[in-house]
Design a protein around this ligand. Structure first.
Ligand SMILES: [Zn+2]
Length: 248
């Protein structure tokens, strides 16, 4: 059956000599794979559309009950050129795509496509890409069931003298309960912004964007929780940390 699907490309992997497998997060039906024959040939008409994080329309031979289909052609809907022209934003987009692919959120009762598209649209425009990624990771944590306790100390529930975050214990820690060998001591302002990220949705990004100047450190706190509790390891995050060092 012929079908047209709309989605954002998460990854492209070589398959046989000239073919590739495109994995895309599709509107309504989640992650689907397409075999793209001849994609690696220089004259392939699909080369332009078949790039990671392009929003495209796919014309496919759809195999019911399967998640792998045969792609005939692809057409660009949004190429995100401003993201591709900026190394930092491009790397962040790779992180978004890798996380979405690994977490496979179409299992949950949210539209994973809308969430990724909304994040990509913000990324194209923002002057605070680390703030955006930190919010994305905080939302990913929540969608994966990882919710750090930020209403008080995770041990004694006191709201006084909060001084650190414990990844292992899952939230804020007060001065009295703190274990300096394993807890991460943070400035008051960073504790505030950590809590803000834990409570905000992607729709609140405009407020996050103007809240402060965001850095890679804010992202890293969220990633620690993500990797510790979801068990997912994000390869492109390592490359981003190299870029972030150069950027700083
Ligand atoms: Zn305590």
């Amino acid at each position: 059956m012929n079908k047209t699907l709309e989605g954002i490309i998460l990854s492209i992997r070589d398959y046989k000599e000239h073919d590739a497998i495109i994995k895309a997060l599709c509107k309504e039906i989640g992650i689907q794979s397409f075999v793209a024959r001849g994609l690696r040939k220089a004259n392939s008409k699909n080369l332009g559309a078949a790039q990671v994080f392009t929003h495209a329309k796919f014309f496919v031979e759809f195999h019911e009950q399967k998640t792998i289909h045969t792609m005939k052609t692809a057409e660009i809907m949004q190429s995100y050129r401003t993201i591709r022209e900026d190394l930092l934003k491009q790397t962040i987009a790779s992180v978004l795509c890798e996380c979405m692919e690994k977490a496979d959120l179409d299992m949950l009762n949210i539209s994973a496509f809308d969430f990724l598209q909304c994040t990509m649209n913000h990324l194209a425009k923002t002057s605070q890409p680390y703030g955006l990624l930190a919010l994305f990771m905080a939302n990913m944590n929540r969608y994966c069931g990882v919710e750090p306790y930020v209403e008080g100390c995770v041990h004694c529930h006191s709201q006084k003298q909060i001084q650190a975050v414990s990844v292992i214990d899952g939230g804020f820690v007060c001065a009295h309960c703190m274990n300096p060998t394993k807890d991460i001591i943070m400035h008051k302002q960073d504790l505030y912004s950590f809590r803000l990220l834990c409570l905000a949705d992607m729709e609140n990004f405009e407020a996050i964007e103007t809240y402060q100047n965001w850095t890679f450190d804010h992202v890293q706190m969220m990633v620690r929780f993500f990797e510790e509790y979801s068990g997912m390891y994000c390869k492109s995050m390592r490359f981003l940390s190299c870029i972030a060092k150069m950027d700083a």
